[in-house]
Write a protein that binds this ligand. Structure first.
Ligand code: NI
Length: 170
């Protein structure tokens, strides 16, 4: 397994369109395992393929306390969403940024799992928030798109400045 590089906002590749996964094969399983390794290393609860420069409809997540329940969702589709929850959200592509976002409290998701089996699962609370956040990534959408324009511009300037400092630490 390998730890992959995570793209950081405002990298335009995070806005790129994604393609459906035609089949679950060995290459895809390797990417799933690498993405899980990358997510755990970065202490995240979810990671979507475009964040590691792969423009396909696939995401991984693990919202368990002890990091023992890895899950891969291939071609996920939210088929039902109910209720409302508000909570702070973060993203591995926006390190250090946490802002409140309103999401559905419960979602029903159809997807194919790592073994290639078609599944339908109901997610609530944090797992529901995580799935909605990661599916957004597959649409080129980031959680800061839900924030006010003022807040978004402020964050963008901060991220661009951090990037410049990283590129040229002097
Ligand atoms: Ni994210």
């Amino acid at each position: 397994m390998a730890v992959l590089d995570i793209l950081h906002y405002p990298d335009e590749r995070l806005r790129q369109e994604t393609q459906p996964v035609p089949e679950v094969d060995e290459d895809l399983r390797r990417l799933i395992d690498d993405m899980l390794e990358t997510m755990y290393t970065a202490s995240g609860v979810g990671l979507a393929a475009p964040q590691v420069d792969h423009y396909i409809r696939m995401l991984v997540m693990d919202t368990s306390e002890d990091r023992s329940q890895p899950l891969a969702l291939v071609n996920p589709e939210i088929v039902a969403a109910t209720g409302e929850q508000e909570g702070d959200e973060g993203c591995l592509s926006l390190p250090g940024v946490f802002e409140p976002v309103v999401r559905a409290a419960e979602v029903t998701v159809r997807f194919t799992d790592r073994e290639g089996h078609a599944r339908e699962e109901v997610f609530t609370d944090l797992p529901a928030r995580c799935v909605q956040h990661e599916v957004d990534h597959l649409e080129g959408k980031l959680f800061l798109d839900y924030l006010s324009k003022l807040k978004r511009n402020r964050l963008r300037k901060k991220m661009e400045k951090d990037k410049r400092l990283q590129a040229d630490p002097a």
